[in-house]
Design a protein. Structure first.
Length: 159
């Protein structure tokens, strides 16, 4: 696993641009909300730690990970943000639904990055078990939300 020897919450703050002047959108799936709210908390904490101002962080909730693409698209069109973080959690079940949702969500967020000039950061856990999701949303592997926030800052200040 890619996260076995990495803590997702670790970053060198001195190497991150100050986020004071930036506006962020965070679109959060309500499905698996224990996981997605943990990811949101990690992202919010990292953004604030890097200088972002609370009033410049906009959170929208959508029903599930499949709806993240549309939520991010509307956020980009209406909120004048410098970056958007798409937060979701899809956990393998007994059917192929997992494959379709994961693929469509990843492709949708990729498409937004190709079609717009504002970065959309993919913070969607696609785990085989609930324990893997717990471990990556504030558990033993840290918090993917924090990693996504750092990516958002870096991409918003790219170039």
């Amino acid at each position: 696993m890619a996260t076995v020897n990495k803590n997702l919450s670790t970053y060198d703050k001195s190497a991150i641009p100050n986020a004071k002047e930036l506006r962020f959108g965070i679109v959060v799936s309500e499905w698996n909300s224990d996981i997605t709210e943990g990811l949101y908390s990690g992202a919010l904490e990292a953004l604030l730690d890097c200088g972002a101002i609370q009033s410049n962080i906009i959170k929208w909730d959508v029903p599930g990970s499949f709806e993240l693409t549309y939520g991010c698209k509307k956020m980009l069109a209406t909120q004048n943000v410098d970056a958007v973080i798409a937060i979701g959690s899809v956990i393998q079940g007994e059917t192929k639904h997992f494959d379709f949702v994961c693929s469509a969500t990843a492709q949708g967020i990729k498409d937004l990055n190709v079609q717009t000039d504002t970065p959309v950061i993919f913070c969607v856990l696609t785990d085989n078990t609930m324990q893997q999701a717990i471990d990556r949303s504030g558990g033993k592997h840290g918090n993917k939300g924090a990693e996504a926030a750092i990516a958002a800052i870096k991409m918003a200040t790219l170039g």
